[in-house]
Design a protein around this ligand. Structure first.
Ligand code: UFG
Length: 327
C-alpha cells in the first residue's frame, strides 16, 4: 500500500514508518520538524518526504496531487500534557484544526482509511484497574481533550463521507528499534524511561520520583509501558483490517501489565548495570495513580500479539539506543 505518514520523523511515527517499509509498503513522509528529526528520514531511507505542516493546504494539495494514497497514518501532534494546560490554543490549533485540514484532503482524494494516534489521556481519571475501550472519556487536560475531539470528528466524517478510521489509544509508548537505528529522543524530554537512562549515563545527577505517597503497593504511580514496535505493528494490523473489512474500529494499545515508577528505575539499574540516584519529590499535577489498559480487543480482533511485553526487553532496547546515541 502507499501510505502518507505524518510525523514520520517523530518517535512513534518513525518506528511505524520503518516497520511499514520493512513489510513492503510504500511510505511518503510529512513532518514539519518542530519535534521530529531530519536525520531519522535519512536513516529510514525515505526518498519521498515533505518538510512542512499538515495545516498548509497548498502543500497538502501538492502532496495529494503527486501521490495517490490508500491510507494516511496521522502521528503528528503536540503531546506535552503540562504545556497543553498553559497553552491550550496551540494544542487545539495544531492537534484539531490542522487535522481537519488534513482530513478534508483525505476525503477529497478518496483515501480509504485514516489511522489516528489517540491516547489513554482521553479517559481522564481511571474508574477501574484496567481501562477498556468503553471506559468513559473525560480528559483532564487540553492534550487529551484535543485527541478526543478528533475522535469525534472522525466518527462524523465516517458518517458523512465514508472515510474509515482506526483510532488507537496508546498507553505509555516506550523502548526503541531493537537494532538501535532509531529511538526515543524528545526535546525537551519529559518521559520517565529516557530520563532514568539519562541518569544512568550521567547526563543528569538523579531522577525525580514524582510522588511516593500514592495508594499503590510501593507508593509510586503505575503505568502500562508498551514497546514502540508493538505499537507500530498494531497500526499495520488495524489498517489492514479497516481496508479488508471496510470498517472502522477503536483499540486500546497496552500490555495490560502495570509497573510502578520504582520498578521502572530498578529495571533500568539492572539493564544498564549503572547506579541511578533518585530523589523523591512532590506529585506531578494531573498524574493519575494507575493507568493500565485492558487491551484484549486488539488481541482478539486484530490477532495482535505484543512481541516485547516484558519491561526488561523494553528497557533493554531503550538503553541500547540511548547509550549508542547519547553516550
Ligand atoms: N515520572 C517521574 N519522574 C520523571 C518523569 C515521570 O516520576 O522525571 C513519573 C510520572 O509521574 C508518571 C510516570 O513516571 O507517573 C510516567 O510518566 P511519563 O511522563 O513517562 O508518562 P505519562 O504517564 O505522564 O504520559 C503518558 C504519555 C502521554 C499521555 C499520558 C496519559 O506519554 O502522551 O500518558 O496520561 F498523555
Amino acid at each position: 500500500m502507499k501510505i502518507l505518514v505524518t510525523g514520520a520523523a517523530g518517535y512513534i511515527g518513525s518506528h511505524t514508518a520503518l516497520r511499514l517499509i520493512e513489510q513492503g509498503h510504500q511510505v511518503v513522509a510529512l513532518d514539519n520538524l518542530v519535534y521530529g528529526h531530519r536525520d531519522v528520514l535519512t536513516t529510514l531511507g525515505i526518498k519521498d518526504y515533505y518538510i512542512g505542516d499538515i495545516g498548509d493546504p497548498n502543500l497538502l494539495r501538492r502532496i495529494f496531487q503527486e501521490h495517490r494514497f490508500e491510507a494516511v497514518m496521522h502521528f503528528s501532534a503536540f503531546a506535552y500534557v503540562g504545556e497543553s494546560v498553559t497553552k491550550p490554543d496551540i494544542y487545539y490549533n495544531n492537534n484539531v484544526v490542522r487535522t481537519v485540514t488534513l482530513l478534508d484532503r483525505c476525503v477529497e482524494a478518496g483515501v480509504k482509511a485514516f489511522v489516528f494516534s489517540s491516547t489513554c489521556a482521553t479517559y481522564g481519571m481511571a474508574r477501574s484497574d484496567r481501562i477498556s475501550e468503553d471506559h468513559p472519556q473525560n480528559p483532564i487536560n487540553p492534550y487529551g481533550q484535543s485527541k478526543l475531539m478528533v475522535e469525534h470528528i472522525l466518527r462524523d466524517y465516517e458518517r458523512a463521507y465514508d472515510l474509515r478510521h482506526v483510532i488507537l489509544r496508546y498507553f505509555n509508548a516506550a523502548g526503541a528499534d531493537p537494532k538501535a537505528r532509531i529511538g526515543e529522543r524528545h526535546d525537551p524530554e519529559t518521559h520517565l524511561i529516557p530520563l532514568v537512562l539519562d541518569a544512568a549515563l550521567g547526563r543528569r545527577d538523579s531522577i525525580k520520583i514524582f510522588g511516593t505517597d500514592y495508594d499503590t503497593p510501593d507508593g509510586t504511580c503505575i503505568r502500562d509501558y508498551i514497546h514502540v514496535n508493538d505499537l507500530a505493528q498494531a497500526h499495520i494490523l488495524g489498517l489492514e483490517q479497516a481496508i479488508n473489512q471496510n470498517a472502522s474500529a477503536i483499540y486500546n494499545l497496552g500490555n495490560g501489565n502495570g509497573y510502578s515508577v520504582k520498578e521502572v528505575i530498578e529495571t533500568c539499574r539492572e539493564v544498564s548495570g549503572r547506579p541511578i540516584q533518585t530523589e523523591a519529590t512532590e506529585r506531578r499535577a494531573g498524574d493519575p495513580p494507575v493507568l493500565v489498559a485492558a487491551a484484549d480487543k486488539a488481541r482478539k480482533q486484530l490477532g495482535w500479539q505484543p512481541e516485547f511485553a516484558d519491561l526488561e526487553s523494553i528497557v533493554t532496547h531503550a538503553w541500547r539506543f540511548h547509550e549508542s546515541h547519547f553516550a
